[in-house]
Design a binder for this molecule. Sequence first.
Ligand code: AMP
Ligand code: GLY
Length: 418
Amino acid sequence: MKKVLIVGSGGREHAIAWKLKQSKEPLELYCAPGNGGISELAACVDIAAADVAGMVGWAQENAMDLVFVAPDDPLALGMVDAMKRAGIRAFGPDKAAAEIESSKAYSKWLMKKYGIPTAAFEVFSDGQAALAYVEAAQMPVVVKADGLALGKGVLICDTAEQAKAAVTEIMIEKKFGEAGSRVVIEEFMTGPEVSVLAFCDGKTIRPMVSAQDHKRACDGDAGLNTGGMGTFSPTPKYTEEVRAFAEREIFEKTVDALREEGRPFSGVLFFGLMLTPEGPKVLEYNARLGDPECQSVFMLMENDLWDVINAVIDGRLHEIELRWKKGSAVCVVMASGGYPGSYEKGIAITGLDTVDGDVAIFHAGTKKENGRYYTNGGRVLGVTAMGETMEAAREKAYANVAKIKFEGAHYRTDIGIK
Ligand code: AMP
Ligand code: GLY
């Protein structure tokens, strides 16, 4: 039996394990570090996701046939490169290709060079120059730390005062560490946001069904930014016209640009798009599956994931056509009380054994002890359901959310309402 190691510990990694378990190829799954829910499908190994040397060593000793590197940090640190050097098959972009996510300055430069639509921008590596620029710039502007900052390094500023404070926080006080040694200052855009994840083997790109994330903590997009409080797929905002434009002017051009630059992208490329009055533009790229986008997208995927990832690694993605279930999927995230601020851990979760058989509960932050589940993170569970319509999927998801209890549980009640 083939042995597969999944790197990571969230709802996305649980969804990857769940989807791989349905493969016709019998697979022995491992996950590092994993979580309570993942431990039902995979043997969890206590190695931190960003521990490149530890992960490679363990994968070698335990003769993994394939390592799926899911989160941004290990990709940015070159875990895929290190696996390949050690002779281990790995799914995910190498460090050079992953820079499309790990450096916003790089991604903006790439888009400008290849004429890929995105917000107008300037890059600064000198704090004083950035301060002088925002003094004279037209507001609002968006100030972004160049590097990975747990999704928190993006500040929308309505006034020059706010923009100066943002530059000071990022570049001078170094709130996000080295991620803030450069900033991107860009034009503020408006319009609905759509996420499209796509498999890519360096030459061919196969987009998955679209998804809509909900980043704010509370209903009606109020409250603080989070890692994502829920998703639905597909989103009606991603019309046929938008799709045709995005595939031609954004997806194909990005793949070609990276190949042209000698950084062919192999893995999943995530396009964060904004549908502006002037047409779709790129907000950001990620070099991986989105979390919780992956949960609703994989719920609809017909293909055998094992076949697809092997086609990506071997550069024969052109042989694969992606197939999708009809209908919609909705993923509702249940979070710890207080998230995204501080929250307690170790709270008992009940009702997990009462959910409908066709609903997937992807664990994001749980641990399992003596057969019981406890909260162990900010985002705790992603309750994911399918239906013939978005309405049906939504009703099913919320009917099952209601069966699961833990003290302080917090979730949005408007995921899947257009
Ligand atoms: P990013 O990490 O670059 O996707 O930014 C996080 C969020 O900030 C996005 O999902 C948008 O909601 C918002 N954002 C980023 N850039 C812009 C922009 N240029 N104009 C308006 N909103 C933006
Ligand atoms: N849900 C957005 C992300 O994974 O970055």
